[in-house]
Write a protein that binds this ligand. Structure first.
Ligand code: UT7
Length: 330
């Protein structure tokens, strides 16, 4: 069977920076609360009518450049997002159209913060089994237009940011390789972090009353999510290491989903890893859900923190609950 490598990676974030101080003007919150509880100082929020697919295209163009492939070479698009431009179809088909790609397979996956690793896992299978030669895996989100920016929604609104990251997967002839991927879920906890409306359970699926009640906004039981996250992250990281007979010391860089600096610090402590090997950029972008891992991976690479043959571990936890990891030899 073939091996898969990540041959290109790129990211894009909107230019508009929203600081904690600016949020203080919109809701009853404080820079001090946000920094202490989350580590976030600022995030990017789109400021014009732009779709998640537009952010995705900009990130994808960079990934294609690095991989030295043209849009016409891509034979599959996997788009990890909770915030596709429209309710249906998914945004993968918009990327296909906007980038002038052939009539290739293109679909979205809705696995929240774990979705990019889920996408990597799916793309890896397509390359390994020779079903595809150039797979574009995207993680992109516009969260800012979907949160309640009044005091009522402050627990969620301060956390989320917009952005996009993308990777090109190709067959590998050398040492670079996606060594393994690991995906998990536990649906009994879905209401701990969810958006209820629009819902196919009710008819019509969205009403003025539902909107008045705020049921179209994301809801989270933050403490419960936190509690599960700090257990599942180390667990799924160890699963990836054990599968490949690796130890914590073999890992050059851990790229965790950027949910909360306190979660990342807690995971680092539990694993006995210094923060120098635990990548963090949450202070600048907040939680960009499906986009957070490819953005962090692209930045870590650009900053020279990931080099050829390094062992890189990706790990995520989020709504579903879903959680996932990937072990990569760069
Ligand atoms: O990416 C998907 C996965 N998501 C996560 O992993 C997130 C996990 N959870 C967390 O990161 C944290 O639980 C939060 C950052 C969401 C919240 O931090 P916390 O330390 O768990 O705070 P809390 O929810 O227990 O709230 C503490 C207090 C409450 O007030 P009372 O009840 O103690 O009077 C909240 O009403 O902070 C209040 N609060 C705020 N105050 C100022 C909640 N949001 C805000 C806010 N500004 N934005």
């Amino acid at each position: 069977m073939r091996k898969t490598k990540i041959s290109g990676i790129g990211h894009y974030v909107p230019e508009n920076i929203v600081t904690n101080k600016e949020l203080e003007k919109l809701m009853d919150t404080s820079d001090e609360w946000i920094v202490t509880r989350t580590g976030i100082h600022e995030r990017r929020w789109v400021d014009s009518r732009i779709g998640t697919s537009d952010l995705a295209v900009k990130a994808a163009e960079k990934a294609l450049d690095m991989a030295k492939v043209s849009a016409k070479d891509i034979d599959l698009i996997i788009f990890a997002t909770l915030t596709s431009d429209y309710n249906f179809p998914g945004s993968a088909v918009q990327v296909q159209d906007k980038m002038g790609m052939d009539t290739i397979g293109a679909f979205d996956i809705k696995a929240a913060c774990s979705a990019f690793i889920y996408g990597l896992s799916i793309g890896d299978q397509y390359v390994k089994t020779s079903q595809a030669d150039n797979v574009l895996v995207i993680g992109a989100e516009i969260q800012s237009t979907g949160v309640d920016i009044s005091t009522k929604g402050r627990d969620m609104a301060v956390l989320f940011g917009d952005g996009a990251g993308a990777a090109v997967l190709q067959p590998s002839n050398g040492s670079s390789e996606i060594l393994s991927t690991h995906i998990h879920s536990q649906g009994k906890y879905l209401k701990e972090l969810w958006v209820e409306v629009p819902t196919s359970i009710e008819s019509p699926c969205i009403t003025k009353e539902m909107i008045d009640e705020g049921r179209h906004y994301p809801q989270m039981n933050g403490r419960e999510v936190f509690r599960h996250a700090i257990t599942r992250f180390p667990e799924v990281i160890m699963e990836a290491l054990n599968k490949n007979n690796l130890t914590i010391d073999d890992v050059n860089m851990f790229i965790p989903h950027q949910a909360n600096l306190r979660i990342t610090q807690s995971v680092a402590k539990r694993l006995g890893v210094g923060m120098d090997r635990m990548y963090s950029n949450i202070e600048r972008y907040g939680n960009t859900t499906g986009a957070s891992i490819p953005i962090a991976l692209a930045e870590a690479y650009q900053e020279g923190k990931i080099k050829k043959d390094d062992i890189v571990i990706l790990a995520a936890f989020g709504s579903g609950f879903t959680w996932a990891s990937a072990a990569i030899r760069w």
